[in-house]
Design a protein around this ligand. Structure first.
Ligand code: SF4
Length: 352
């Protein structure tokens, strides 16, 4: 039996949701476990405003779990290109195949079983069950964590494991038996729109009057800042070789950074750009080097130095896998990482 305080908080949060919660996002329409799953994975590292277009395009191409499972990975990656963190797309595809092969294309109906699938953690499993399938399950994504840390005065990074346990217990305790999906959506919305990372708007918050951070005005302290690690800077040299109106691309190996995506061929550290082209059987005329582009990954930064060249000899132009010549005016049909696309578009602005 929830305490009176818990019931009062539940009523306040659900009333706030009825009044101010988001109800018109594309993944909130015609809700299914599949649609919720795709949105949750896209939203993991990406803002709602960016996700909306990607989500709609993805759903148009892969409207069902079966459609996703039966599509080539290349196609899935092409629809993910620009969102970053490509292991998310590879895991989606692997997971869809697994569910189709082993579970009739349906999600299992327990958090534990869903959380064992590729790329799905406990919170995403909870969202799939609660928002997509109507089963009670608490969630604890980044936004919800911030809200609960502030409400209960939890410093997340002092003792992260204990803090996580407390937060899950709190989320379980607060998630109501009825209207759990609205509750979960409300908690995500409060984190995104009211209890923001910077300055929270406590006056508009249903936790106002029940919140440690508000009472102490210690918004920075809860949840606190993740200790920063030094991020190494790496260098990469790539070839940007053009043959008429086509650009040479190379597909990355299926795992690792940009796994399975198409990118500009990398230059072996022991070779010059001309020598690398010769290794590919290409005779090229090199132009001036393109200014390097710095890209930040989660664990390192990468300076990408691209060398632009034009094919000089007409021989050896048919390239075997993992290479291919891609028409410059059809780059959007290929899964290119955003920084590589940016480099190409800087060089060929008329093709953007
Ligand atoms: S009262 Fe303020 S600090 Fe507390 S949860 Fe609401 S917005 Fe965040």
């Amino acid at each position: 039996m929830p305490s009176q305080n818990t019931q009062a908080i539940q009523r306040a949060v659900l009333a706030w949701f009825d009044r101010a919660g988001r109800k018109h996002l594309p993944w909130q329409q015609h809700k299914t476990a599949y649609r919720v799953w795709i949105s949750e994975i896209m939203l993991q590292q990406t803002q709602v405003t960016t996700v909306i277009d990607y989500y709609q395009r993805f759903m148009q191409r892969f409207p069902t779990l079966d459609a996703l499972a039966e599509a080539p990975l290349d196609d899935v990656l092409a629809h993910w290109a620009g969102l970053g963190y490509y292991s998310r797309a590879r895991n989606l595809h692997a997971c869809a195949k697994l569910l189709q092969a082993e579970n009739g294309g349906e999600f299992p109906l327990s958090v534990e079983a869903i959380a064992e699938l590729p790329g799905i953690g406990r919170s995403t499993a909870g969202a799939i069950l609660s928002l997509g399938a109507g089963y009670w399950a608490p969630i604890l994504d980044g936004n919800v964590k911030r809200v609960l840390c502030r409400v209960a005065g939890i410093e997340l990074f002092k003792q992260p494991r204990e803090a996580e346990k407390r937060l899950w217990a709190l989320s379980e305790q607060l998630t109501p038996a009825k209207r759990h999906a609205d509750w979960n959506q409300a908690m995500m919305d409060i984190g995104a729109t009211v209890c923001r990372r910077g300055t929270p708007v406590c006056k508009q918050c249903p936790f106002s009057g029940h919140c440690v951070a508000e009472r102490t005005q210690a918004f920075e302290r809860y949840p606190g800042k993740k200790p920063k690690k030094a991020v190494p800077l790496k260098q990469s040299r790539v070839l940007m070789l053009v043959d008429g109106k086509r650009l040479l691309l190379k597909q990355r190996p299926p795992t690792g950074i940009w796994g399975g995506l198409w990118t500009l061929p990398e230059i072996d550290p022991a070779l010059s750009p001309i020598e690398q082209a010769a290794e590919l059987g290409l005779s090229v005329q090199l132009h001036e080097a393109i200014p390097p582009l710095r890209h930040t990954f989660s664990h390192f930064q990468l300076d990408i130095h691209a060398f632009y060249g034009v094919i000089a000899a007409r021989a050896s132009r048919i390239m075997d896998a993992p290479y291919r010549w891609q028409p410059l005016n059809a780059l959007h049909e290929t899964g290119l990482p955003a920084p590589i696309l940016k480099l190409i578009q800087q060089q060929f602005p008329e093709k953007s």
